[in-house]
Structures are given as C-alpha cells and as structure tokens.
Design a binder for this molecule. Structure first.
Ligand code: 26M
Length: 824
C-alpha cells in the first residue's frame, strides 16, 4: 500500500491537467465543455487539495511516530482570506498551474477571483492567528490551530447613502474544497445541569461530579496548512456544532415534533456566526457557549491524543503546549483542571502544576472596555462545575498571595479572579494569568504598558519574569509574494531567488542597490503599477476615478475611536479648506495631489464608528464633485475591507496612517504590511510603530503626536476643563457644523466628544502635530527620488517583522518545542 501511496500526485503541467479534468468529470460531475470559472476554481482547488492531503497525512504520521511535543494555538478567530493562491505559492507550483489552466482555456487570475474569503475573524487578532499557522508550517513546527467553523464569517459591508449596512457572509454557499469534514470525529459537549458529590468506588474518597443538562456534538473539519519550501503540512481543526440526536424521541412521541426540531436548530446556532466586535466586550450567553464548546472539544481531542502515548500525566506539559489567543479560550484552564481532577483522579496540586506548565497567554489590549468579564450567575448556570473550580483556583491563589503579602486587601481584591461588584464578575484575564506560565504582550511598548497598568499587581505577586514580549509579525508569503508579485520578483532578482521569503533578514541585501538609478526606476514603476490596480479597485467599488500619480494616503483597519479615523478625516477637511482658500494658480505648487483612502468595518452596534464612516462618505461626495479641486484631492471609502482587498490595497499605498492615541494600539500589523510593500507610514509613537522606527530609521517614518506617558495628564487636563482646541480644528468643526458636508446634526455628537466630553482619544491635542507631519509628507513626496530611497531602505530593514521570527521566539521562550522536518 505504501508503494502506491501518493501515486496520484502530479508534478508537471500534464499531470495537473489530468487531475483537473478528472475533478471536473467526476468530483463535479460536469462536462469539460460546460466548465465555467467557478467549476475551474473547484477543479483546480481539488487538485491542489489532493496534493496537500498526501503531505498532511505524512506530516501527521511523522509527528505521531516521533512522539514530539506539539503546540496548539487556540484562537476564536482565523482570518484566513483565500487559500488557493497561497497554496500554489507555498507548494511552489504557481507557474505550473498558470500554464496548465491557460492551456485548458482559463486565466489563473480569473479562477483565483472566484474564491470567497474565509473571513472567520474581525481584524488584527484573527489575521495574526492566520499568519502564525503559516509560519508554524513553514518552520516545520508540529503545531495545530483550533477554532470554530462559523457558517457566517464577519458580515459583508455595504455602503448605502454613505452609511454602513451589514449583510450576512454565507461563505459556504458552494462546497469548500479546503476543508476535510471529519464526520466520524464527534465530541459530546455538556452544558447546564448541576453538580453532585459522589464516592469514588475505587478509592472510597468523595469527589465532585458534573451532571450535564444539555449535550451538543462537536464535529471536526480539518483545514490543511501548507508551509513554504517544505513538505510539512499542519492542521487547522475547526469545530462545527450539531445536535446529539436528530429528534428528542420523547417529545416526538408526545407529538411535539416542532419543539424537537427547534432544539436541533439551537444546537446548530452555536457555531452559526462570528461575533463582529473588535476590542469590545459584551457579555452574551451564546458567546460563552461558543467559548466552552470550542475549548471542551479541543481539549478532549488534545487529551485523547496524549493518552494514546501511554505516558504518565506529569509528562503532559512535555508533550503539549497550549497558547491562549487573548482571554477568549481561558476556560481551557478550568476545563483541563476539571479533566485532570474530576475525570482522571489526580490530586488538585499535581493537576494545577500541569495546567500552569501547559498554558501561555497572549494579551492584545490594555483597554478596559475590551477585557472579558463574565457575570458569575450566567457562568454558573451554563457551567456549574466550572464555577466551583474557578472558586477553588481563586482561593488557592489568594491564599498564596496573602501569605506573601499579609493583610494587603487592596492587592487581594485587585488580583482576585472574582470582581466583587454588583453583579459579581469573573475576570478572565486574571484567570488566564494565574493559569499560565508565561504572559506576553504583542509589541515592546505594549508589553511594558501591561506590566505598568492593568497587570501591575500581578508583577508584584509573580515577579516580572512571568511577563514577556513577542512583537507581532506577518507572513511574507502572503503579504509580499502573493500580494505584490512584481516587487517580490524584483527583490528575488537582486537577492538570488526567493530564499528571502523564509529568511526575511536577507532583505537587508537590498540596501546596496539604493543608489542604483535603474533599480530605483524599476522599484518606482512597480509602485505605479500597483497604484493603477488600486485605482481600478477604487473605481469599481466606489465609482470614483482617481489619478495614480497622486499621493495615495491610506487608512484601512477596523473603525474605532482609538484608531482615530476621525483625526484623519478632520485633517482631510482642513486640507480641503486650505485648498479652497488658496488662489487657483498657487494650489499645485502648495499641495501635492492626494487621494485619501479609507476602509474598514464598524461593529454593528458601535454608533460613533458608524458616524465616522458617514462623515468620510459625506466629505467624499462634496470634495470629489467640487470642480475647483479636481485631482488635487479625492476622498474615497472602499466598502467591505477584507483580506483579499488588503492584498490589493497594501501594495498600492504611498503613505498609510497608523495614528492611534499613544498607548492604545497594542501592536498593529497592517503597519508592517504597508512598509513591507514599499509604503511609508505616518504614525504615532504607539504599538509596533516604535519598533518599525527602530528598524527602518527615524528619517523614513513620519511620527507625530503626544507620547503614551503623557496621555494620563492630558486626559486630566480635559476633565479639569483646561483643554484647548486649536484654531485649525475649530475651523474644521465650524465647516461641519455649517452644513458644508450635509446635515450636520448626525455629526454633532462626534464633535461634542472632542469639545465637551473630555476628548478621550486626544484628537485636539494631536491635531496640529498631525497637520505638521502631513505637511512634511507633502514636501518629501515632491522629492521623488528621495521618496523611493526611503521606500527601499525601509523594505530592506523589515526582516524583523516576519511572523517566522515570532514563531521562533514563542517556540524557544514559551512553548519549548523544536522544529521537525519531514524528509520525502
Ligand atoms: C470579545 C468579546 C466578544 C466578542 C468579540 C471580542 C473580541 C474579538 C476580537 C475582542 C477582541 C478582538 O480582537 C482584538 C484585536 O484584534 N486586537 C488586535 O490584535 C492585534 C494582534 O495582536 C494587534 O496588532 C492590535 O493592536 C490589536 O488591536
């Protein structure tokens, strides 16, 4: 059987074509004469998938045979985007496939466009998880992702009359070639019920038992994750919920057929939809159900795999590392403790030591409104046994603290897992810290801030060694090679091939070409070509025609007050007012022609964020149709920003905006994507902007604004009524209030937030500094050759921001795992 194994694998154009035709004829049951782009996409994907499965099987077999330690990355979000192009690139068969589909009468570009995005995430946190599993595979680390297979991803955004409207994203409309349904893997998950004390028949000791009230099945769907330049294929396992029985037969007999079907639908609702909040917590029962469902199924799977190795329990942390992507999977700490004590009969302390050695926790925010807290009542009703265990964990922890710091009641109440409020809450971050051996932030500044602010009392308790930093990164396969094939090829021609894609520090070699005018010209031509592509996207999605010779100034990310899209649009209004006030003849000498590009989704319930979107669109419709302005300024909002659009937008930007209030953006990763694609940044001294500056040099980034250390004092000034709105911003507000951009009523609350309600995000404090920085941008952009030099030097110094480096740091400092390459 082994001799024939993998015999179907193609390795040339001819072989690929045979597979393609086979899939059209049999898998899709269609005639090759009636094959549209959708069918061609499915036939291509199935052919590639077959190849992946063979390698997936070999990889999993190898890891099991070698009995290696695995890392499990638990994330409620995996913002994958499209899979086909990525698989072609990682398997290094893109050219082969392009030739083959061309011979068969298709264009690869058209086929790729058919694929819907797998948008199972909100933003940065979900995309980080996707980059990390790419790097885990590429680095030959034995690692699995565990997530939920939502039937609906993040909503698709429509813009109607300038307002955001949400439409469902039913991404599974057509069969999904990238998932392998494992319908035989069905794990029962309990909810509700009650606990009892029972006597263990063997030991005679009494112990706690959970008698669940409702049971739901978790079905596994596996997504193979290919690495680049390796045959290693890791697994992303996504759980889907379904009812345990088709009907409740009791009810069926009573004639209550309707009700039994309703019950079935309830089970399926658990994995129906991704919660569309980003950096905002809301205590909804269904969200807690999602969390437990996912955590229970994943841990069951992990524990089952460990039990098969027949090792003693104390070796569990030598075989298993689990990383918590934010607090969303923190129930895993409690669930593992329950499995080890209630189900496996380990002593509490023995079990707890295993738990702590197994978990690591990554924090992604310092903002209070984003920290998860579950009301004790809601928690205890859904998970009665887990609530008892939480109390026991907390008691043991507080006793330890009390011993170390006698009579410090302030300390006890701040580190306690239970917030003694009305109603009482369970603080998930506290639980995650207590249950892990390492806690990390996602950029240097952020990791410092969490130690000084939200977690300072834990530093007191544990010392600072428990807290560490792993600065975020991005995968250069998707964010350079796939998104920007032109630039990737030019770089490859100078660096002796594509080897830099898995050793990104090699980019440094580009610096030696910066004074080569021919190279600079090629570099600039690629940027222009990418801007032309972006202009086409803008035209097709907004109807606005823009000139690719203008400065493309981009801010695309979730719409959030802390990210300050309002600062950007206020700056755009200022520019418009200045343009209007400048005599026509002087305009072109004073202002660089600019396209101001916005994009991003607002959480459906976030009123202020939606108001910002409306303001951008209102300003756009006035500015874009002003005949006096022409190409000097255009303002567009690209609807439905997602991974695939980012792949077009990032390569086409000259300047991108990362302008959060200092101390609020944990890291940011789009800043890295833009710079890696040859764009410059205007930004605050926040998150990873700080480290990008360190790497590329201060001359190659436009920094502005107050520092994180000053934020508290500035906010205090506002609350004392001592704040000052600069005249420029007053003029902007007057223009809005006068109705220059449509009925001003709906924007009033946005302005009042700055003027009268404390200006929490310090827009007024940073406005002038922002305008100064923008002025400098205009000046520098005129010096075309210098701008290109900055672009090249920046890219040359981006090696640090490969997610491969992140994974190496996690592997070494947190997971204690080694890479293992499959030799075929
Ligand atoms: C919480 C509760 C209920 C529903 C949704 C949530 C929730 C979902 C996503 C909360 C936060 C979520 O994501 C936060 C996020 O994306 N944070 C970003 O993480 C990036 C990766 O580390 C950082 O680069 C960004 O700075 C950070 O904002």
């Amino acid at each position: 059987i082994w001799k024939r194994y993998g015999a179907n694998e193609f390795s040339d154009v001819d072989g690929f074509e045979s597979q393609f035709v086979k899939h059209v004829e049999t898998t899709l049951a269609r005639s090759i004469y009636n094959c549209d782009n959708l069918a061609a996409y499915q036939a291509t994907s199935n052919s590639i998938r077959d190849k992946l499965i063979v390698h997936w099987n070999k990889t999993q077999h190898l890891h099991t045979a070698k009995d290696v330690k695995r890392i499990y990355y638990l994330s409620l979000e995996f913002l994958m985007g499209r899979a086909l192009d990525n698989a072609l690139i990682n398997l290094e068969i893109r050219d082969l496939a392009a030739t083959a589909v061309d011979e068969l009468g298709f264009r690869l570009e058209d086929i790729l466009e058919v694929e819907p995005d797998a948008a199972l995430g909100n933003g940065g946190l979900g995309r980080l998880a996707a980059c990390f599993i790419d790097s885990l595979s590429t680095g030959n680390y034995p690692g699995w992702g565990y997530g939920l297979r939502y039937q609906y991803g993040i909503f698709s955004q429509k813009i109607v009359d300038g307002y955001q409207a949400e439409a469902p994203d039913y991404w599974l409309r057509f069969s999904n070639p990238w998932e392998l349904p494992r319908l035989e893997i069905q794990i029962p998950v309990d909810f509700y019920g009650y606990t009892t004390t029972v006597k263990d028949p063997q030991t005679g000791k009494s112990k706690k038992q959970w008698n669940g009230g409702e049971q739901i099945l978790a079905v596994a769907y596996d997504f193979p994750i290919p690495g680049y330049g390796t045959s290693n294929v890791n697994n992303l396992r996504m759980w889907s919920s379904k009812p345990t029985t088709e009907f409740d037969f009791q009810k069926f007999n009573e004639g209550d057929y309707q009700d039994s079907l309703a019950q079935q639908q309830r089970a399926e609702s658990i994995t129906a939809v991704l919660y569309p909040n980003d950096n905002f917590y809301k205590g909804k029962e269904l969200r807690l159900k999602q969390q437990y469902f996912w955590v229970a199924a994943s841990l069951h799977d992990i524990v089952r795999r460990f039990i098969k190795t027949k090792r003693p329990w104390d070796q569990f942390p030598d075989q298993v590392a689990i990383q918590l992507n934010d607090t969303h999977p923190t129930l895993a700490v409690v669930e593992l403790q329950r499995i080890l004590t209630d189900l496996q009969g380990l002593e509490w302390d023995v079990a707890w030591s295993i738990v702590q050695r197994t978990f690591g926790y990554t924090n992604h925010t310092v903002m209070a409104e984003a920290l998860e807290k579950w009301p004790v009542d809601l928690f205890g009703t859904l998970l009665p046994r887990h609530l008892e265990i939480v109390y026991d964990i907390n008691l043991a922890f507080l006793q330890m603290v009390e011993k170390k710091f006698p009579n410090d009641r302030g300390l006890l109440s701040s580190v306690s897992v239970i917030e003694e409020s009305q109603p009482k809450n369970i603080r998930m971050a506290n639980l995650a810290i207590i249950g892990s051996h390492r806690v990390n932030g996602v950029a240097e500044l952020h990791s410092q801030l969490i130690k000084q602010t939200i977690f300072s009392d834990f530093v007191k308790v544990y010392g600072s060694d428990k807290f560490t930093n792993v600065t975020n990164g991005i995968t250069p396969r998707r964010w350079l090679r796939q998104a920007n094939p032109g630039l990737a090829a030019l770089i490859a021609s100078k660096l002796g091939g594509y080897g830099y894609l898995n050793d990104l520090n090699k980019l440094k070699g580009l610096e030696q070409f910066v004074e080569d005018p021919g190279f600079r010209a090629e570099w600039a031509a690629i940027k222009t070509a990418n801007k032309t592509k972006l202009a086409a996207l803008i035209a097709s999605t907004t109807g606005v025609t823009v000139n690719p010779n203008s400065l493309f100034d981009v801010q695309v990310k979730r719409i959030h007050e802390y990210k300050r899209q309002q600062l950007n649009i206020f700056g755009v209004i200022w520019r418009y007012l200045q343009l209007k006030a400048t005599p026509k003849a002087e305009r072109t000498t004073k202002f660089v022609p600019k396209v101001s590009i916005f994009g991003g989704k607002a959480a459906p319930g976030y009123y202020t964020a939606k108001t910002i979107i409306k303001l951008v669109n209102s300003v756009g419709s006035v500015v874009n149709s002003d005949p006096e302005i022409g190409d000097l300024l255009k303002v567009v909002f690209i609807p439905d920003y997602n991974v695939s659009k980012a792949e077009v937008i990032c390569p086409g930007s000259d300047l991108s905006e990362h302008i959060s209030t200092a101390g609020t953006e944990a890291s940011g990763t789009s800043n890295m994507k833009f710079v890696l694609n040859g764009g410059l940044i205007i930004g605050t001294v926040d998150g990873a902007n700080v480290e990008i500056t360190r790497e590329v040099g201060e001359d190659n980034i436009f920094l502005f604004g107050n520092l994180a250390e000053d934020v508290e004092d500035l906010r205090h000034e506002h609350h004392m009524g001592r704040s000052h709105i600069p005249d420029s911003l007053v003029q902007v507000f007057d223009a809005i209030s006068s109705g220059q951009f449509g009925t001003p009523d709906e924007f009033q609350s946005l302005l009042d937030g700055v003027r009268f309600h404390g200006d929490h995000y310090l827009v007024s404090d940073d406005f002038e500094s922002y305008l100064e920085a923008q002025k400098l941008v205009d000046e520098e952009f005129r010096k075309k050759e210098d701008w290109v030099r900055k672009s090249i030097i920046s890219v040359a110094n981006m090696g640090f921001f490969s997610s491969d480096r992140c994974i190496e740091e996690y592997a070494e400092n947190i997971w204690n795992i080694e890479p293992l390459e499959e030799k075929v």
